[in-house]
Ligand binder design. Structure first.
Ligand code: ZN
Length: 188
């Protein structure tokens, strides 16, 4: 742990009013305030106080409610389409529909991720900490909504679900997982 000498001027005024609970020789590399070891956050430029990290996260991720709304609505509609597609793909031959779904679903999820990335860029280079989560959840809801009639029959009549329904459900979830994974990749 390297401590900055007391004489060096702070290069950044960290927001908040961090106060170490006991005397400490460790100092925030940004604001120079004494830092408890337990509160220190390690960054490539040295140890910093917790407020610095919060401030950086807040300025890096600039997506607001409207951005999430646009992304969420888009993913919901695309989820509906993927749900319909999954029900169409899985028709006569279960073996083939399984393989088509296993190949198609991640591709669709990846395609949606690429689209979301472009939309975020078009809205003014917006970065959202929770974009991946909002996207995946709304895509799943849209996709599963298509299967609600069949699912309710399964639940109400205690029928075993058809193989094609299971494949379609798996396909929607697979697409959502691929979408979340790709968006998390982009955000790094
Ligand atoms: Zn600080």
């Amino acid at each position: 742990m390297s401590a900055i000498p007391e004489s060096s001027p702070p290069e950044f005024a960290c927001p908040g009013n961090y106060v170490a609970s006991q005397p400490s020789s460790l100092r925030c590399a940004k604001c120079g305030r004494p830092l408890d070891v337990k509160d220190a956050r390690y960054t490539p430029t040295g140890y910093v106080c917790p407020y610095y990290v919060k401030a950086r996260v807040a300025t890096f991720y600039n997506a607001g409610f409207v951005h999430y709304l646009v992304v969420g609505a888009l993913c919901f509609v695309l989820g509906l389409l993927i749900g319909v597609l999954m029900r169409l793909v899985v028709v006569p031959i279960p073996f083939f529909s399984l393989w088509i779904t296993l190949i198609l679903a991640p591709l669709l999820g990846g395609g949606v991720a690429e689209l979301i990335r472009r939309v975020m860029r078009a809205m003014g280079d917006v970065r959202g900490q929770h974009t991946w989560l909002v996207s995946a959840v709304l895509l799943s809801i849209g996709g599963l909504l298509v299967m609600v009639p069949e699912l309710s029959l399964v639940l109400l009549l205690a029928r075993p679900p058809s193989f094609s329904l299971l494949i379609a459900l798996g396909g929607v979830l697979l697409a959502a997982i691929a979408l979340a994974a790709r968006l998390r990749e982009f955000s790094r």
